[in-house]
Design a protein around this ligand. Structure first.
Ligand code: HEC
Ligand SMILES: [Cu+2]
Length: 449
């Protein structure tokens, strides 16, 4: 054999040894920085998955060792000793055949049963009377939005646009137990107007969201955007990555949706990931056991800036979480004053550039709020409320975006519609200077570019 021939010369031996060493070095240098083992789970569900993994691993190791040992035994025991000695030829052996069919069958059945129970365990919803933190997750090219449900009883703002039709929903209606009614932004985007007994009146197609709690008859909640951002783990200079803050110890329900293509919600320490599928809401239940910041990312290739879809899950002890939450809930943006004109009075005022009421709806239905915040205050994208960027340059931004904004071609949003959005954004107050997320484009224009 070639190896044997090589091994006979000194140079050959050296080559072989160096080659093996280089290969080992290559393999281990990769492993040193990479996470080889399964990460420690920080959720109860992750613990079950980890336990299942080790059961499967143990069975695999046992089978591997037995099979390898038998192969080696056969290789050495039945090594060809002379050319005329042939091994005994066996046609069949009932015992061996039953064993090699039976044992794998038993293993597969055991794995099936064990995984079935683990799956049930990790997909189990919270108890009906348990407190649940509901977070609506929306993936979009290329950002994540996290919206929180606020229990009823929290003060509700007036509907923004009173002209939109109000709808009554009955909490006992089982169809409303469908987790999250707001997937079609702009169509099912709703906010609570009032609640009497079992009947909740919602306002459709406006800012704010109604999520129905998982159990029938439970409270209806308004969702607000309580996402913090962090300027670390940057991939490009203007990048802020969102933080989704959650409590330790309480059941959390992530309602995972996508506004465009497939994305995947993936926190390695959860030991599970779930795709964000357009047109559908997927539910991920977790109860976190350890506090900390867990770096997370989109785990389904979704286009040019997929790599920027990073976020952090921040798990805080319950008391700290509650303090953070009430702080955020208090901050929930106040409704904007003013009459934007309803459908009956689309007529434009003299000299106005667009129809702000229409613009406001488009802003949500196109998902601009995901990156720019419900009030254009800026999240992943810059603050665009009352932008100084002129309309024609803004139209260009939709068509050929600077930085990681999604492309909006004319068949998705026309120039006139952009003018409407622009008009609405010009009526929305800018946040205090300290909270403004700077816009490159605005800076360029200010600099006279
Ligand atoms: C994937 C995230 C994302 C989405 C979705 C998105 N944008 Fe942007 N947008 C950005 C980023 C990032 C910039 C940064 C360019 C810069 O810094 O000037 C930007 C820039 C802008 C600007 C120019 C900046 C300025 O100061 O005026 C406008 C206007 C704007 N976006 C409006 C919109 C509108 C309206 C929508 C919905 C149709 C939208 N964006 C959707 C991320 C997004
Ligand atoms: Cu992605």
């Amino acid at each position: 054999m070639a190896y044997q021939r090589l091994w006979r010369t000194r140079v050959g031996r050296l080559t072989l040894i160096m080659g093996a060493a280089a290969l080992a070095l290559l393999v281990f240098s990769g492993l040193a920085s990479a996470q080889v083992a399964l990460p420690e789970a920080v959720t109860e569900q992750g613990d079950s998955i980890r336990a299942l993994f080790f059961v499967v691993l143990a069975i695999g190791v046992i089978v591997f060792v037995i099979v390898e040992a038998m192969i080696l035994w056969v290789v050495f025991r039945y090594k060809r000793k002379s050319d005329d000695e042939l091994p005994t030829q066996v046609a069949h052996n009932a015992t061996a055949e039953i064993l090699w069919t039976g044992i794998p069958t038993v293993i597969v059945v055991v794995l099936f049963i064990v995984s079935f129970f683990v799956l049930q365990d990790i997909q189990a919803a919270a108890d009906p009377d348990e407190d649940v933190v509901v977070v609506d997750v929306q993936g979009r090219q290329w950002a994540w939005a996290f919206n929180y449900a606020v229990p009823l009883g929290t003060e509700l703002s007036e509907p923004i646009s009173p002209s939109l039709s109000e709808t009554e929903i009955h909490l006992e209606d089982p169809s409303l137990v469908v987790p999250f009614m707001t997937l079609k932004l702009g169509v099912e985007h709703m906010r609570v107007v009032s609640r009497t007994g079992d009947v909740v009146t919602v306002d459709r197609a406006v800012n704010g969201t109604v999520a129905i709690r998982h159990q029938a008859g439970a409270e209806v909640m308004r969702v607000f955007n309580g996402t913090d951002t962090v300027a670390e783990g940057r991939l490009q200079a203007a990048d802020n990555t969102p933080i989704v803050t959650v409590p330790v110890g309480q059941m959390i329900r992530f309602n995972i949706a996508s506004a465009d293509v497939l994305h995947a919600f993936y926190t390695p320490q959860f030991l599970t990931k779930l795709d964000a599928v357009p047109g559908r809401v997927q539910t991920l239940w977790v109860r976190i056991t350890d506090s900390g910041d867990f770096k997370s990312q989109c785990a389904e290739y979704c286009g040019r800036d997929h790599a920027r879809m990073i976020y952090t899950v921040r798990a805080l002890p319950l008391a700290e979480y509650e303090a953070w939450f009430s702080d955020k809930a208090g901050e929930a943006p106040a409704p904007i004053e003013g009459d934007f004109g309803g459908e009956e009075e689309v007529e434009q005022q003299e000299g106005a550039i667009g129809n702000p009421a229409n613009g406001q709806q488009l802003f949500f239905s196109l998902g601009c709020n995901v990156c720019h915040g419900d009030f254009g205050e800026g999240v992943v994208g810059p603050t665009i409320a009352m932008t100084i960027v002129p309309l024609d340059r803004v139209i260009l931004q939709y068509r050929e975006p600077l930085e990681a904004m999604s492309v909006f071609p004319p068949d998705q949003v026309s120039d006139d519609e952009i003018a409407d959005i622009y008009a609405w954004l010009q009526t929305v107050p800018r946040p205090p200077e300290a909270d403004v997320i700077p816009s490159k484009l605005a800076e360029l224009i200010e600099a006279g570019g």
